[in-house]
Each structure stands twice: as structure tokens, then as C-alpha cells.
Design a protein around this ligand. Sequence first.
Ligand code: SF4
Ligand code: SF4
Length: 407
Amino acid sequence: MVERMGAQPHPGTSTGRDVRELSDYDPFAPIAMRSRVPSTDPPNRMRLGPLEKLYLIWMVGGSCDGCTIAVAGATNPPVEHLLNGIVPGLPKLELIHTVVSVESGAEWIENLHMAERGELDAPFVITWEGSMFDETKSGDGFFMGLGDDPATGQPITSAEWMKRLAPKAAAVVAIGTCATWGGIPAAEGNITGSMAVMDFLGRDYRSAFGVPVVNVPGCSPIGDNFMETAAAVILFLQGLAPLPEFDELGRPAWLFGETVHRHCPRAGYYEEGVFAEEYGDKECLVELGCWGPVVQCNIAERGIVNGTGGCMNMGGICIGCTMPGFPDKFAPIYAASPGSFVSSSASKVVGGAIRRMRAITMEDKNMTTRWTEDGAPSGWARYKSEPGSAKKLFYKAYRARQRANKT
Ligand code: SF4
Ligand code: SF4
């Protein structure tokens, strides 16, 4: 997003009103400025909670806005509940967003200037969507600007805003794989030098409240993963809960600790060595290129929106979109991985044998004790009249072993 405007008196708004003149109670003031007045007491503004209000400054780098769409669909909690301040324990959220804010142009940019000057009347959290461009590679131009410098009239790059605001933010949350790891804009061969927020801010970065960069990956991420993580971080900032566990890459450990394969609804097919041959088949998709066994993602159990959908639930393979190696290390996408040949071949042998044994046991469990001797009296022709003597012997041995287990 590039905002171009000429040099203006500072601070100012596109309506010609000075933002400092806006009243707390002015119902016609832009929404994110309505209740904001420059404070005369800087040290008290950045205290930990309990807070009545928190600003969420949502900015973008190299992004498709997919993360914004994903969060708009979140339900746990819904973003509108946070904006209305009705989630117990959480402050009201004032959203300053590059796309969905009411203000635009100079009024919107003034939000960032106020944050930089420390004039917001509550702490702010930065959520960054998209890759960070390396503006040193942009020559005489720039890859992405966000408003102009009032003093010079020259564009301020998105990356420059991050450099100015990150040290003052209560927390920086990178959303989506572009922001967390670099993602598609950082793929091999790109000319922008795109990188993750962590790459840009560095290993030693800590927010004003001492929090390293929080990473919620996914392309696009699950909206509820972001909302749940943001809510947990805000509870910490409120002083109401400890910071929850994050892994060594800053991912919420409780959301990204398992492979997607472990919770996949098709995992039973994998275990029994049965694989889909084409899209639309119901079996495991590993031979079509699914990377689920090595990818940390919770979409199989959480779904994509309100507990529904998600990749394998909808028939799609896992392409590894939550992982730092995405996309380069998962290319060519839709080709089976070399490792899957070994594991699926082994599964066909071992799982295939287990599947056959299970089929025999299932046949036994589909009969009452009486039917085992006389055959099922079903008119549906589904049941054989009675099992043969070899199967009867097997069933007897199986039950004897089963009873022995009970005692
Ligand atoms: S479809 Fe993918 S994630 Fe699901 S069981 Fe098969 S390999 Fe695992
Ligand atoms: S299952 Fe794979 S492709 Fe789907 S969201 Fe998770 S990591 Fe991305």
C-alpha cells in the first residue's frame, strides 16, 4: 500500500482538523482517534495492565491481505468481540488497520506518527502481515511506502515504520508465513531481499514489555490461531496470566507442537497402507504429494473457519505452508516427496497385513455369538451363512486371548 501526499503541517488530518483538537466525546471523529489525546505524563502510558484499551496497529509488507481475511473469519474469539471490549479479562481493542480502518490517507498515517511520538493514550501492539522488504535493494525508489514524512514530503517505507515503532510496541506479532519466515515473496530468485520480521528486527529484539517476536504462521493462517495467540499475549500484558509457552521459533507451542498427520482424518488409511490414486479419493494423500507427516500444523483438528474445512478435510494435500522452508523446500509442490516412497511402501507391507487381520476380527465382531454357530438370519445377503471352520478356530483363539487380557 503506497500513500502519496504532499508535505503538510504536522500534525494534521485530511479534513483540515488538528488531531489534538479532537474531543474524547466527539462522535464524528475518526474511530481510531476518537478517544485519543496527547498525554502529558509519558511514563504512565506504557504500564502493564489492567488496561481498558489497547491499540492494535496492523501493518503490511509484501502481502496478499489473506491474513486479514483469515482473521476476519475467526470465531474464537471473534475479532468484533475484542473491538467491542466484551471478552472478559481483555481490554477493548482499537484497530488501526491498513485496509479496514475508517480513516485513510493523512488521517490514517497520523495514527503512526502519534504512536511514534508516544501520544497514544494506551499501549499498542503491532501485527505485521507480509514479508519485510530489504529497501537497501530498491535503488533510487522504494518497494513499499506507507505515508509521507511531513518534514520532507518523501515516502516513509513500511520497513522504516517497523524500525521506528517496534521498540515502542507492547508486542510484535507476525501473522502468516510471509511475516513469520519470509514466505513466497522471499522465495529463491526474488529481487526484493524479502525476509521475516524476525530477520528484520534481529535475534536481540524485545518489545517495550520484553516480548520477542511472536509468530503465527500459515498461508493463510487459521484465523483462530491468531486470535487465540493474540488473546493469550494480551492477557499477559494485562498482568492476568503468564506468557504462554512458545517454541524456539516463537510459535505458540500448544498450536504447532504436533504434525498435521497425527490428527489427519486420513491417518488411519496411511496406517493401513491404503493411498489415494487421484484427487477425490478418500484415502491418504501422501502419494499425491502430501507433506503432512513432517509439517507442524493444527488445521486437521481446528479446521480453517469455525471448526470446519481445512486442507485434508477438503481433499487437499499439505504443501507445508506453515513451515519456515516453505515454499522452496516443498517445491515442486504437488509432487510426492522422496521420503514418502519409503514410508508408504513400508506402510503398504506392514499396514496391509494389519488391515487384513483387522478385517477378519471385524467380521467376527459383526456377529452375535449365536450367529457364529448358525449364521446371521439377514435377508440382505451381506452375511455369509456361517463362518468356515478355520475362521471359527481363529475367533475362538482370539476370544480366549481377549479374555485372558481381562483377568
Ligand atoms: S493425507 Fe497427508 S496428513 Fe493425512 S494421513 Fe495422509 S500423509 Fe498424513
Ligand atoms: S495442512 Fe499443510 S498446507 Fe494445509 S494449512 Fe497446514 S501446513 Fe498449510
